[in-house]
Design a protein around this ligand. Sequence first.
Ligand code: FAD
Length: 290
Amino acid sequence: MRIADMLARSKPSVSFEFMAPRDESEVETLERTIAALAGHAPDWVSVTYRVRTGEKTLELVTRIKRHYHIEAMAHLTCANTADRTRQILNWMEREGVANVLALRGDAPTAGEPFIPADPQLAHGSDLIALVRRSGYRFGIGAACSTEKHPESPDVEHEFRYMRLKVESGADFLITQLFFDNKHYFDLVARAREAGIKVPIVPGLMPVPSRRSLAVMTAMSGATVPAGLQAAIDAAPNDDAIRAVGVRHCISQCAELLEARVPGLHFYTFNRARAPMEILAALRGQQLLAS
Ligand code: FAD
């Protein structure tokens, strides 16, 4: 089923991002996480893509669909040539994958520039255009930032290319993580004013640890509100930081649900505990159906 159709329903969708395992040591944790979160009946899930582990992404997406009967979207990046990209898309089509998240992708080494494998595929919008132009029938998602992308001069630049992704054929957008809902509300208001009608799903990350927060804010450009930063600074250890992160994410989600967002998309980092606690709290407050 197309994710855009789920996002058009009145009930907000709940979805999880899983990271394709980089090696065997990550498989067991991932499998446990998928099994635990599948029990929370997500409307859909997605699986990240890295060039070195691309086959694992495809294998995992088809397995989640068959074994758990959950709609699973494959991420795909500009890490491959256009020919190789078409081969991957053909394979996905044969296997019944219905949705693709078309991205440029992160550079394989943090801090280095992204070098496209094919000059025709330098940006997310190029990949979206290739998928649409080639006549595939996938639902297409794309990424967007609520704040300044680390490579952008300003949010203006970011907005221009977000619009291009929709014009190129994206059916829905998922935001990069953010910790202050104001950024999300501003982006949505601006998009609607500009005539961009596609659903914009908030991407949420409960802070897992001080170290992960530093890595993720550097990669995404997300800023940390002073109150959240102070609570993290005062926390004595990673357990306490995790609890701060969960509390903050619950209040973000509560406000987003009250504003009738199309869904909540959780960056799980292959850990089930925080999203499970957040969903239990939101269900307890009757903000989400059980
Ligand atoms: P782009 O849209 O190409 O944007 C990258 C930069 O280029 C931005 O500064 C943008 O403003 C600028 N830009 C865009 N188009 C143009 C243009 N035509 N001309 C000039 N400048 C332009 N990374 C992975 O490697 N694998 C994953 O599975 C993955 N999953 C993700 C899932 C989500 C929901 C999100 C939000 C991010 C994910 N990422 C993933 C990270 C993502 O690849 C990075 O954030 C990347 O830097 C941007 O991807 P994009 O598709 O938005 O790129």
